[in-house]
Structures are given as C-alpha cells and as structure tokens.
Write a protein of this length. Sequence first.
Length: 488
Amino acid sequence: MVTVASSGAASAGDVGTCPEKAYALHDGSSCSSSSLTLQTSSEKVDLDKKIPDKQWPQPFRGFRFRILIVYRFLFSLVGFLNVGILVAILLVNPDPDWLGFITAANLVVAIVIRQDTVINTLYKIFCSAPRSLPIWIRRYCAKIYHLGGVHSAAGVSATLWLLGSTLRSTVQHTQHMAVESLATLVVSWLLSALCCVIVTFAYPAFRRRYHNTFEWLHRFLGWTILALFWVRTVLSAHDSMDAGQNLGHALLRSPGLWMLVVATLSLASSWFFLRRVPVEVMPLSDHAVMLNFKYTQTMPPNGSFQRVSTRPLLEWHSFATYPQSEPNALAGNRGYSVLISNAGDWTKACIQRPPTHLWVRGIPVRGVMHVTHLFRRVVFIATGSGIAPMLGFISSPSCPTQLIWSTPDPESTFGKPILDIVYRTIPNAVIHDTRIKGRPDLVTMGYNLAHDFGAEAVMVIANEKVTKKVVYGLETRGVTAYGAIWDS
C-alpha cells in the first residue's frame, strides 16, 4: 500500500478555498512567490485504494473523451469555414483569382499559428485568466495547447484549395481557355504534389512511425513549397497583368504577394535569433546531464521549451527550460537550464561527449505545462525525464503542488541535486522507484492524490502511451487532466 502525508502550499488567496485536509500556511506573499512554505499534516493518504469506475458507457465514453477534443473541434471549425467559402464560390462564381487568394490565406494561417511570438501571445492571453473565474472557464482556457488543430486544418485546406485551383486551370488549359501559362501550371502541379507529401506524412499514423522523416520533410519541403509559392505568385501576376502594365505594379496589387510576405517573415522569424552560444554541462549521472545557458539575462517563463542543435540545418531538439534566477548547486550563473536524459542518439552523444557550444533558435516557447498558472491547486504526474518540464514550477510554485514521479532509481539516474529541488518544496512528494516497486498504477495513484489534495487539475508528462492512458483514465472519472497531444 502506498501512502503519503496530505500536504499543501498556498497563498493567502487560496487558504479559504483549499480543502481542510490539505493544510496550508503562507507568509503573506503571493502564490507565485518562491517563499511559499509548506506544512505536512499527520494524515496519511492511501494512494492504492479503489477508485470509481469510468463515467459514461461505451461507445459514448470514447467518443466524448477521445474524439470530441478541442484539437479536433478547431480542426473542424477551420474545415467548415472553408466549406462555407466553397459554397459561396459555387453560388457567386467570382473571379478565378479568389482561389489563389483563399489558398494563400490558409497557408498564412497554417504558418502564423506556429510562429513563436504568436504562440506565446496566445498562451499569455489564455493563461492570464483570473483564478476567480469559474473552473469550467479556466479548464477551457487551459486547452490552448490544442491550437495545433488550426495549423493542421489550414494546411490541409490550403492543399485542397491548391489542388482544386490547379485542376480547374488544367481543364481550362486543355480547352484552350486558360489564363495561366504552362509554366504556372507546371509549378502549380509541383506545389500540389509536395503539399500532398507533407500532408500524408503529417497523418498521425505516419508521423509516429516515420517521425524523423516527417520532421525532415516538414522542414525542407516546407521551405521549398514557400519558395515555389513565390514563383507561382510572380508567374500568376505576369499571366493576369493588363497590356502595358508593369510586372512590379501587378505584383504590388496582388493580395497573395502580401500574404506571402507575412508567411515568409513568420517562418523565418525564429532563424533571425539563430546563435551559437556557450553551454556549461553539469553531469548528474551516466544517464543525465544538466545544460546551463547564460547567454541571456531574461528568464524564460515556467512551462516553456527551447530548441537546441549541433547541426542547425539538419536537426533540432526541443527541451523544457528550467529558469535559474541566481547561481546555485546546478548552475554557476544566472540564466536557464535544460535537463537531458539518455533517450536517443543525440542525447546520448551529449551525455558521453558534453558540448562546449550549442546552437539555439528562436525564443523560448510556452507549452502545455504553462497552463498550470490557471489553477489554484495542481498535482503533477511524471515518468522518467518527464520531471524536467516540472522543475521550474516545483522550485518556484505558482500554486500549491503535489507530485507523483515514477522513475527507476531516481538518485543514481538523475542525481541528488534534482531530488533536492523536489524535496525542498514538496517534502512528501511521491517518488516511485520502479526498479524496486515495479510499474505503478498512475491512474489510481493520481486519482486518489488529486481527490485528497483538492487539486483543480492534474498535469501529466510521460511518453505518449502513458500520457494518453493516464489523462483518459482521470478524465473519465471526473478529474481534470492535461498532457501533451503529440500533434507535431
């Protein structure tokens, strides 16, 4: 039987709303302060006790919690908007240039919604919702990390509009009614083929099976497609310009040109911040190291990630950031750190042959863990190196927090400094050593701890299989849970 002392850490604003069982003290500071103090009650919580059955019968349960997710809602919303535009076009039969305009509009949306500053701005807006708002509103605000549904839908829609436009132009060309030249038609078909390749490999089943290929194609074909769209825009402007009109003037009057400018700047923006920076490597064990960056004095927000690389033109790896506001046992300088564990060839090389410099691109981008700011009390569930995105919140809690961390031999795997960070603010954290105790039932443990702790949400960071299982197991029992959705 697994038991844990019921505990909490709260600010003055939280004490009146916390369950009596989770005793909280505060020193008059706000909940976001790192000076929060913690008191442990003598009451023990049985984390293995039987939990309720899942709500809703099948197949309604699977439909509700696996199909009707916000990602698919956003995907469908963008899709239906495009269907509405298609119906309007069929009824009104506007100028053929509108097909190119709609294609470009979808392309811009697909690119801009993935731009670093846009993502951070959306997270900032949605995660700034006051905790005084009803919980159901904050739960929906926390779904901001599903915004990839807009990216996917706009990308698919742009591909379909491009195919439709190209087919229409091809038919007109065979009937000697075409406005577009043969060169424009050839570029359009090449664009259509490349877009279809990207969309095919972005399908979840293909993406999971051929993930490295997907990333390579998405990067290099994406840039190729954008370049070809520029060629197509210039050719289309040349084909449609009036007699005696200057090509430059025709381009400036083309809405597609300005949309491509926005798309290009958006896609290139992260590369404007490309730099090679020194990195300080702190070995934690044979399995993990901490990379410390001091090139910036700006602290990344908790729940964000940074791209790093040794070969910037070929591969990039995203890691959760751990802000270091002052020198400590893990970092000798102010900056931020990333925890790397042996999870593949690249991370293994970093551990065995620590780099002195790494390339970084763009700015730290907020991710799923950032939605923690919306809730008054939270339970974290992590497996293995999934503890990394949680370290910032654990060391500088934004609300009362409890933790379940399942990992083999935590001290020898991740080092004593990581355990010290955890125990400093969560002295009764549940750290499950799988090498001794075997694999835990994280759904049962998570439900019991969240219920006893009075948590408004549970954050799950693990591999895809475990994350989906735990989030589904908790949500179908009425516990609000969040975890990565692997949409990229």
